[in-house]
Design a protein around this ligand. Structure first.
Ligand code: FAD
Length: 407
């Protein structure tokens, strides 16, 4: 962009998933839209998402897939712009995609396809996008004028003031600062009297101290299907041991429910009553060593670690030499491995931020601040966070669209 429009109707702060969806929707309604982006490139998180393939939505999106102080807040927007609406757009652009487990939809080739689609939609309806734009401050103007907000920015070293009727905050949240994570949305919310709920890293690996950390380090790279429970929630997916602790989809999911001090319970044989399985084997293969039968279902390296941790006295024992009670205890350890994480890896690697602008101050239909006409909050800056599986982008599309219709 060479010259800024003198009078955009709408200024959107942040050219991420929500900001771009809002921009193209508003411009399709005939609004003149200017998107201001801090980074040198737009849509960085889209490009990095889903391992470069962007898990752009999910076939089954429900309010239960979201965490918020108000679990009902997300419903209206998700209804107004559903996964099927976004899938329709993707199909119109003939972007190849695939369904993976848990009904997650990913690009077959590249996340670049999604960003290119959004940018083309924006270009077709004349959305202007200015990258490398440094936001200085936002002011509310006198209520009687045509413009309601003045946005003070620095672009290429030049100070500018842009006036607009509607201002949309789509600046995302704190996760991964190198991909644009910032707290500016919360500062703007506070400036205009909106409450902000407590925030913490979500969809994030868990870390451990002492011997569990050392164990994870030794098993680093090993992945296995498990189920993990915490605070009454259970997820069943892959766990990955890393040199810092545990990751993989199941850990990212449970991290949304974990708070410091909580234990997590890992079921290493989620399809199995491990004690019953071991008791049956004791009758069928009494002369086989315990460590051998465990390797029928678990990696040898993991079995060796568990043995040291939980049943060192049985290390060289055949099943026939182990009492029923001891076998049941081994089974219990396999189905309920209790661990106390020391911390999460924090915003550096978190896929989302839990908490954010309190939805109590925002209309669930339009995303407009209830006490501040013309000011909108969309996407991750709000206190709405999804499970892993395409739910966070769907929230960005749905909330961006809802605001785009009315700004
Ligand atoms: C590594 C990674 C992988 C992910 N994979 C998936 C996935 O596959 N599926 C899924 O559903 N979700 C995924 N997510 C989550 C998803 O990316 C976010 O929920 C989503 O991008 C939020 O959209 P948003 O528009 O609210 O914020 P963002 O996409 O973060 O966009 C915010 C934009 O605002 C800009 N900005 C910040 N401050 C300012 C400022 N002061 N002035 C102007 N601009 C500013 C930022 O640079 C950024 O471009 C992933 C997240 C990460 C980090």
């Amino acid at each position: 962009m060479t010259e800024l429009s003198h009078n955009p109707d709408v200024v959107i702060l942040g050219a991420g998933a929500a900001g771009l969806m809002c921009a193209l929707t508003a411009a399709q309604q005939g609004r003149r839209v200017l998107v201001l982006e801090k980074a040198n490139k737009v849509g960085k998180k889209i490009l990095m998402s889903g391992g470069g393939r962007c898990n752009f939505t999910n076939y089954f999106v429900e309010a239960d897939n979201y965490i918020s102080n108000n679990p009902h807040f997300c419903k209206a927007a998700l209804k107004r712009y559903s996964p099927w609406d976004f899938i329709g757009l993707v199909e119109r652009y003939e972007i190849p995609f695939e369904e993976r487990q848990h009904s997650q939809l990913f690009c077959l080739h590249s996340a670049k396809d999604i960003l290119a689609m959004l940018l083309q939609e924006c270009a077709q309806v004349g959305v202007e996008i200015q990258a490398q734009c440094e936001l200085q401050k936002v002011e509310a103007l006198a209520a009687d004028g045509a413009s309601r907000y003045a946005v003070h920015v620095v672009i290429n070293g030049v100070r500018r003031t842009i006036e607009c009727h509607s201002l949309v905050v789509a600046t995302g949240a704190l996760s991964i600062p190198t991909l644009g994570g910032s707290g500016v949305g919360y500062e703007l919310a506070a400036q205009f009297g909106l409450a902000v709920t407590a925030r913490r890293a979500g969809l994030v690996p868990l870390m451990f101290s002492d011997q569990t950390r050392a164990l994870c380090e030794r098993l680093s790279g090993l992945a296995l299907p498990v189920s993990v429970s915490c605070q009454g929630q259970t997820f069943r997916e892959n766990l990955l041991f890393t040199h810092r602790g545990m990751s993989g989809p199941v850990i990212l999911q449970i991290s949304n429910y974990w708070a410091p001090g909580d234990s997590i319970s890992i079921d290493l044989l989620p399809a199995e009553d491990a004690a019953a399985w071991l008791m049956a084997l004791k009758h069928e293969q009494p002369l086989t060593h315990l460590k051998t039968v465990l390797t029928y279902k678990l990696a040898k390296s993991l079995v060796a670690e568990l043995e040291v941790l939980f049943w060192p006295s049985l290390a060289g024992s055949k099943l026939a030499e182990i009492t029923d009670q001891q076998l049941r205890q081994v089974g219990e350890q396999l189905n309920h491995w209790l661990l106390k994480p020391s911390a999460t890896e924090g915003y550096r690697t978190a896929e989302v931020t839990l908490g954010g602008v309190d939805t109590a101050g925002v209309s669930s239909k339009t995303m407009e601040a209830k006490q501040q006409p013309g000011l909108y909050f969309i996407g991750e800056v709000l206190d709405v966070s999804g499970h892993l599986g395409g739910f966070n982008f769907q929230w960005a599309w749905s909330s961006g669209y809802s605001a785009g219709l009315v700004v």
